[in-house]
Design a binder for this molecule. Structure first.
Ligand code: AMP
Ligand code: MG
Length: 304
């Protein structure tokens, strides 16, 4: 009898039918948004603690609310922080300036940084555009995803699923070999509008006009600004989701594609090979680049 049980156990192990490894989950408020973190593996608890510490540290270092932070004193950046600023400048160049990480004074003029919303006049906008003030808002959560994926590789963590305020970072493979399923938020509320499948470690990042906005005299003003005008980008889109191996790139590109709009954004995708995208128009139409594995909704495919 003992022998039969032993053989059965060995068979179970060989089939990979071992019990699920430790998993920990946590929710927290960081970078002015709700975050949900889940890790699987023997170092899951350590991973959670390191992730929370990293998010707090990034938040403090680049805080728009702290006059002593690096956004106002980039001259105090160390070598790795300077490398981040250089990467942001390179992404700005790559996107023809649609992603512009130096519009902090413009966001401030609209009240998006301190939530004291108002419509600035043209003179104020012109001065704010000229100020070239750093703002990490469009790329920091994606950068955090990149940093977290890098340190998870040093730990005994099999996989992780992180929702960093609408920026999803996956890490590792699911044990059953299935891809991760990531919902795209419905801009009009309610359930997800569609589901994206991604394999392994990836970032799925959405920029949407519904994520932060205010209304004044019946007009809606949202937080993604066109660097040419300093005003909310008005290209007929309500959201753009980018699927990218690198979080920082994906985050910068989601913002840039929103500013470019569907046509220019599709042309930009055709010249690139490091991301896929889903565009949702204000009319409700959905367009997805041919490599995006989208289901659960009707959409037009953007071909190369
Ligand atoms: P995201 O949600 O990633 O698209 O980032 C939007 C945030 O980035 C805004 O709240 C601003 O702080 C900042 N921002 C707005 N417009 C731009 C832009 N064109 N390029 C870079 N950052 C921007
Ligand atoms: Mg972004």
């Amino acid at each position: 009898m003992k022998r039969v049980i032993c053989i059965l156990l060995i068979c179970l192990l060989l089939c990979g039918c071992t019990p699920e490894k430790t998993s920990v989950r946590s929710e927290l408020w960081a970078m002015d948004t709700y975050m949900a973190l889940q890790f699987w593996g023997d170092d899951a608890q350590t991973a959670l603690e390191q992730t929370a510490a990293l998010l707090r540290q990034l938040e403090d270092t680049w805080s728009a609310a702290d006059p002593d932070s690096l956004v106002y004193h980039p001259e105090n950046a160390d070598a790795s922080q300077q490398a981040l600023l250089s990467s942001l400048e390179a992404l700005s160049t790559r996107t023809g300036g649609a992603f512009d990480p130096k519009m902090g004074a413009v966001s401030q003029a609209w009240g998006f940084l301190n939530k004291e919303y108002r419509v600035p006049d043209q003179a104020e906008l012109t001065a704010a555009l000229q100020a070239r003030q750093w703002d990490m808002g469009a790329a920091m959560k994606g950068f955090a995803g990149r940093q977290i994926a890098a340190f998870l590789a040093q730990l005994d963590v099999d996989r992780a699923l992180l929702n960093l305020g609408g920026n999803v970072q996956t890490y590792g493979e699911k044990p059953d070999g299935d891809p991760w399923s990531i919902g795209i938020q419905n801009p009009w509320g309610g359930d997800y509008i569609g589901v994206l499948e991604v394999e392994g470690t990836a970032s799925v990042i959405t920029s949407g006009d519904y994520q932060r906005y205010f209304e004044k005299d019946g007009v809606r003003y949202h937080h993604i600004l066109d660097p040419k005008t300093g005003c909310p980008a008005d290209t007929g889109l309500t959201s753009v989701t980018v699927i990218c191996r690198d979080g920082l790139t994906g985050d910068a590109l989601s913002t840039a594609l929103f500013v470019m709009g569907l046509e220019e954004g599709s042309a930009f995708w055709r010249q690139s090979s490091d991301f896929e995208a889903v565009f949702i128009l204000s009319t409700g139409e959905i367009y997805a680049t041919e490599g995006a594995r989208l289901s659960g909704c009707e959409y037009e495919v953007i071909y190369r």
